[in-house]
Design a protein around this ligand. Structure first.
Ligand SMILES: [Zn+2]
Length: 504
């Protein structure tokens, strides 16, 4: 009988902390089990699961006083993923298995009563944390083996049953170490821009949005292809870099909806219903809080249709996420964090009656104004591009010209992004949308010939200072798309066209 320890990981969102699991097994006194270290209810139940699993593996649960401790004690330890680490600590403490294979090994998995090892959410970020903490080896649920193999630099072993782990600890058997065949997630096929007829202004706005990383507002009647276009924005964005792919895949892992067994390389597209709850938007729920839509869209596109129906609370939550690039969720036992750097696309009808053609609108002018006015304010200040959708007419459908496909547009976007990246690299920005207004106005001020139109608009009060900053950001992107070193008067004029005249 001895004091033995094993290792597990506590997850806070996508951040993990190594947890030491100690089992102190002593003869004498009444047989009992004590669990120390702030465990939640699920974890309290785990001592019963662990005991049943051990007994169902025909191993002896020690008839002595068992004390289990999780540390650091101040950390919240939520959920069921410590079962395997607890079971192995008890077996080692009772000297039923030798301890040496447990050294440097982190253990993941929920135990079923019969000893089967069930998969757990968030395996990928948990393994990244274990590797960072210097763990050399991980035993994971067999079903999570493919996901676990996405993390390099740590030996990964898969186990389907506690019995297999016990055999491995006794050096009587080996665990599964083969990486299973990798299948690409089906999400790779983003729809192509060549499917979209007409809407030259909106297509152009989409290209500018992709090139500069600008948030976009599309205003237009139903059936004009707002959703169709927004879906195609992901195809125009660069593929995710290796660290970005790990971030995005880690969020899917915690959400429990990893689409395949490969790293996600395509920017995600998320389009929740406008009546979604605040926890569904920014994250929440019991136990290990799930990431919300803003985090599932991390490094990709978040489309919010019927944006005028979102209401003040959702708009405010969105603004906070946009500003901070992450979501912090206050929990009973601390704060957890999910990244949320996404490109926002807002789409809305021009008025509550939502006619197919603007001409058919029955709404009085003040109703139309009030409807779109719901969107104005601090959130819209961050949306650089606003575009009006045209009604689809018979002319659009029969215009004959073949619409340009994603590949051709994407090439221009890549070149423009490369130019912006080089210009801002010293400041740590990647895209024009990240550049603060004062920097554009002072450090990168344009000659008066270029900004004449803008300056006059400011003087007569036709443009607000914020509107002018948005215009400058877009002008830089237009110059990048044009291959110019800096915006000229034509770029500033074209950028002004992207302004929403009602709410500038
Ligand atoms: Zn109307």
């Amino acid at each position: 009988m001895a004091l033995r320890r094993t290792w597990a990981v506590a997850l806070f969102g996508v951040d993990g902390v190594l947890v030491e699991v100690e089992a102190d097994v002593r003869k004498g006194g009444l047989p009992s089990v004590q669990l120390l270290g702030l465990p939640d209810t699920a974890l309290q139940e785990s001592k019963n699961r662990v005991r049943a699993a051990i007994q169902n593996c025909k191993e002896d649960w020690p008839a002595s006083c068992v004390t289990l401790a999780l540390s650091p004690a101040a950390l919240p330890k939520t959920g069921t993923s410590y079962d395997l680490a607890l079971a192995c600590a008890v077996l080692a403490g009772a000297e039923l298995v030798p301890p040496h294979r447990l050294a440097g090994t982190v253990l993941f998995g929920e135990l079923a009563l019969d000893g089967r090892i069930r998969p757990v959410r968030g395996l990928l970020p948990a393994l990244l944390a274990a590797r960072r903490a210097g763990m050399r080896r991980a035993v994971v649920p067999a079903e999570g083996l493919a996901e676990a193999h996405l993390v390099e630099g740590i030996e990964v072993l898969g186990a389907g049953h506690l019995r297999d782990v016990v055999g491995w600890l006794r050096e009587l058997g080996e665990l599964d170490r083969r990486p299973p065949p990798v299948d690409q997630p089906p999400a790779e096929d983003v729809p192509d821009l060549s499917d979209v007829l007409g809407q030259p202004e909106a297509r152009w706005a989409l290209e500018v949005a992709a090139a500069g990383g600008h948030h976009l507002l599309m205003v237009g009647p139903p059936g004009t292809g707002k959703t169709m276009l927004a879906k195609r924005l992901c195809g125009l964005l660069p593929s995710l870099t290796a660290p970005e792919a790990l971030e995005v895949t880690a969020i899917c892992s915690v959400a429990g909806d990893l689409p395949g067994t490969a790293l996600i390389r395509t920017p995600p597209f998320v389009a929740p219903h406008p009546t979604l709850s605040i926890p569904a938007l920014i994250g929440g729920g019991t136990g290990l809080a799930k990431p919300g839509a803003v985090s599932r869209a991390h490094r990709g596109v978040l489309l919010l249709d019927e944006a005028c129906e979102l209401g003040a609370k959702r708009l405010e939550a969105l603004r906070t996420a946009l500003e901070e690039g992450e979501v912090r969720l206050a929990r009973r036992d601390g704060t957890l964090r999910y990244p949320a750097r996404f490109q926002l696309v807002l789409a809305t009808n021009p008025c509550p009656c939502a006619p197919a053609r603007d001409l058919d609108c029955q709404c009085p002018p003040q109703v139309r104004r009030r409807y779109l006015g719901k969107l104005s304010g601090p959130l819209l200040d961050r949306v650089d591009l606003r575009v009006r959708m045209r009604p689809i007419t018979a002319m659009t459908v029969h215009s004959g010209a073949e619409p340009e496909g994603t590949a051709a547009v994407r090439k221009r976007v890549e070149d423009a992004r490369a130019a912006a990246r080089e210009r801002w690299s010293a400041h740590g920005w990647q895209t024009n949308t990240e550049v603060p207004g004062p920097v554009l106005r002072r450090e990168f001020a344009l000659p008066v010939e270029a900004t004449g139109l803008l300056d006059r608009g400011l003087e007569v009060g036709a443009i607000t200072a914020r509107g002018a900053d948005r215009c400058l950001r877009v002008a830089w992107t237009l110059a990048d798309l044009d291959g110019s070193d800096q915006p000229g008067p034509e770029h500033v004029a074209a950028a002004l066209e992207f302004r929403d005249r009602r709410a500038a």
